[in-house]
Design a protein around this ligand. Structure first.
Ligand code: ADP
Ligand code: MG
Length: 254
């Protein structure tokens, strides 16, 4: 197995407070990996630590085998990791076009404007609205803008924190449609979600984080059908219960 991102025995938190208590996980190239878990489990803390906003207290984060721990966010970005934070990260008073340009600020080459044009070709809705302020975009269009901006950096891995929070179901599907499109180009995604059902359906693999530790892991479908996950996160069963005497689905590997 060649992992793109590999996290081993990661402990991290705030001041003396430990939020992550020994997290192990990996993301392969061009894989869509989802992490679900209750509010306060440490999902955002994990993304902040990978991206370099927080330093690991113990354990390691590796990208293509190279340690990331201790690098600053711009350095992590230059290694090919993008982070789309929880809540909207577009600047509402800048135009769609300027938001795109700003997203590429860490690039040192001079082809940014050409690339912005290329990206706009791929997102006609944004192209039409390129001169409008980002604040007039709908929630789904802002997500589109965030993902378009990420494309300008040609990342290997994108970290998404709650990308579908507050979006209508049809828009949620559009967001995941974009994620699948970008994955087809070789970009891996590590997505943290409370919208567990949709996230798991779109995941190659998934992890459940509880109180700073990975409680379950498996293929997206396996986690979706895991009885305990269903009880805790999906409000009951996804498929009709098995007939009496039927075999329960196997638990995912720990
Ligand atoms: N900046 C911070 N300073 C101190 N504690 C924080 C900070 N951000 C989050 N926490 C705490 O860390 C724990 C995990 O939070 P978080 O990673 O945001 O969880 P999740 O994203 O899974 O909801 C929570 O108990 C939260 O209160
Ligand atoms: Mg969070």
């Amino acid at each position: 197995m060649s992992a793109l991102l590999e996290i081993s025995d990661l402990h991290a938190g705030y001041d003396r407070r430990e939020v992550l208590r020994g997290v192990n996980l990996f993301v392969r190239p061009a894989e869509i990996v989802v992490m679900i878990g209750p509010n306060g489990a440490g999902k955002s803390t994990l993304l902040r630590t990978v991206f370099g906003f927080l330093r690991p207290q113990r354990g390691e984060v590796r990208l293509e085998g190279e340690p990331l721990g201790g690098l600053s966010p711009p350095e992590v970005l230059r290694r090919g990791v993008c982070y789309v934070m929880q809540g909207y990260s577009v600047l509402p008073n800048l135009s769609v076009y300027d938001n795109l340009l700003l997203g590429a600020y860490v690039r040192r080459d001079r082809r940014v404007r050409e690339d912005v044009e290329r990206v706009l070709e791929r997102f006609p809705i944004l192209r039409e609205r390129r001169r409008e302020k980002a604040r007039v975009l709908s929630g789904g269009e802002r997500r589109m803008l965030e993902l378009a901006r990420v494309l300008l950096l040609s990342p290997k891995l994108v970290l998404l924190d709650e990308p579908t929070l507050g979006l209508a179901p049809a828009v949620v599907d559009q967001v995941y449609g974009m994620v699948h499109d970008l994955r087809a180009q070789g970009i891996a995604f590590f997505v943290v979600e409370q919208n567990a059902r949709t996230a798991l359906r779109n995941a190659d693999r998934a992890y459940v984080l509880e109180q700073g530790r990975v409680r379950f892991e498996g293929r997206g479908e396996e986690i979706l059908h895991h009885p305990e996950v269903q009880r805790a996160y999906l409000g009951g069963s996804v498929t009709p219960p098995a007939a009496p005497g039927g075999t329960p689905p196997p638990p995912p590997p720990e």
